[in-house]
Design a protein around this ligand. Structure first.
Ligand code: ZN
Length: 361
């Protein structure tokens, strides 16, 4: 049985690193296709201008805001005559996923520049596709992970704190989901078993979050860069990214996916819903009370939700929770990465327990 570890070619985190963009682009050639929302490109315009002065020619495609087939086709169509050497995806998750989708189709190297640290997607080879009207329709996998992931800690420090908190929620679940996959010998997203390296990164991810999150949030509050903030950026983007892709996801993300059937959760961020998903997972696993307290305490310290109301689900909840449970079983991956069988009653019971536990602790 083979083990597979998938990682980006290079991961960089540093203050003002966007000013060195040309160093990363020029080895591939002088012409770069930039996929980014206009406002995100403007936020880092000084870095793009500096790269341009160093000899990089940017073709800016703009971005409509959704990672959908019509947008991917538009970008490919519009850049057909341009002989570019590398693709730069810049901004949040959807712009980065669109850059991945374009890179996969035109077979060009990919540099990913996340301007927030709200999920662990930037380092992975996976991308999520949506319809034009924003409904998730599927996923794709690139042949390999991005060639370079460049995180400018100063840019991330200047983004709203809620993004960083959501990234902590996404990353905090990684260890527990990886542990479920290790226990059940589940295959990872690269199609193999976990490596020791990926498993240790998942563990390290949680340790770093427990140690440095509060300090990092304080830095983000003041829009300044500290070692703790850079540790958290590494945990949110890289350690969590390797952990989920190269060990695996479990109920925390399975419940997250199912929660999205409730319209009222759409205002909550991915990592906030994953945070609730993790609590559900721990109830399903009958995790020790001490572990539940550790997780709840962490959520309280950083400002992640601990109740269903915290992700927008209003009373009465009964029929809504049944809907979530049915959805979870209709699309059972990655719930099936647990060694135990699941049914609707178990999931509803766990959701209810989480809700009252959040109030009790
Ligand atoms: Zn996630």
């Amino acid at each position: 049985m083979k083990r597979i570890l998938r990682t980006p070619g290079k991961f960089i985190v540093g203050r003002g690193e966007i000013g060195n963009l040309s160093e990363y682009i020029l080895p591939y050639g002088g012409k770069a296709l930039l996929i980014a929302l206009k406002e995100d490109a403007e936020r880092v315009r000084y870095g793009l201008d500096k790269a341009a002065r160093s000899g990089v020619g940017f073709v800016e495609t703009g971005f409509c805001g959704e990672c959908c087939m019509s947008e991917i086709d538009r970008i490919i169509r519009e850049c057909q005559g341009e002989a570019f050497d590398v693709i730069v995806g810049l901004g949040g998750g959807k712009a980065l996923d669109t850059a991945k989708a374009v890179s996969r189709r035109v077979n060009k190297p990919l540099i990913i520049v996340p301007t927030i640290a709200s999920t662990d997607a930037p380092c992975s080879a996976l991308l999520i596709l949506y319809s034009d009207d924003h409904v998730m329709i599927g996923s794709e996998t690139m042949v390999k992970s991005p060639d370079i992931v460049l995180a400018d800690s100063e840019v991330i420090a200047n983004a709203p704190k809620r993004f960083l908190v959501a990234g902590m929620g996404d990353a905090f679940a990684t260890y527990y989901e990886a542990r479920a996959c290790v226990r059940s010998c589940a295959f990872n997203y690269a199609g193999g078993l976990y490596t020791q390296a990926a498993w240790q990164m998942a563990r390290l991810c949680r340790d770093v979050l427990l140690e440095d999150s509060v300090k990092a949030l304080e830095a983000c509050e003041h829009s300044v860069v500290t070692p703790a903030l850079e540790n958290i950026i590494e945990a949110n983007l890289y350690l969590s990214g390797i952990g989920f892709e190269s060990v695996g996801c479990a109920a925390a993300h399975g419940i997250h996916n199912a929660l999205t059937v409730l319209e009222e959760t759409h205002g909550a961020m991915h990592g906030e819903k994953v945070a609730i998903g993790l609590l559900v997972q721990l109830i399903l696993e009958n995790a020790p009370e001490e572990e539940l307290r550790t997780v709840m305490d962490y959520y309280r310290r950083v400002g992640l939700p601990t109740t269903l109301a915290g992700i927008g689900i209003a009373e009465p909840v009964e029929t809504k929770l049944c809907k979530v449970a049915r959805r979870a079983l209709e699309r059972p991956k990655p719930l099936t990465n647990h060694a135990f069988p699941l049914d609707e009653e178990m999931i509803v019971a766990a959701l209810k327990t989480v809700d009252s536990l959040g109030e009790r602790f």
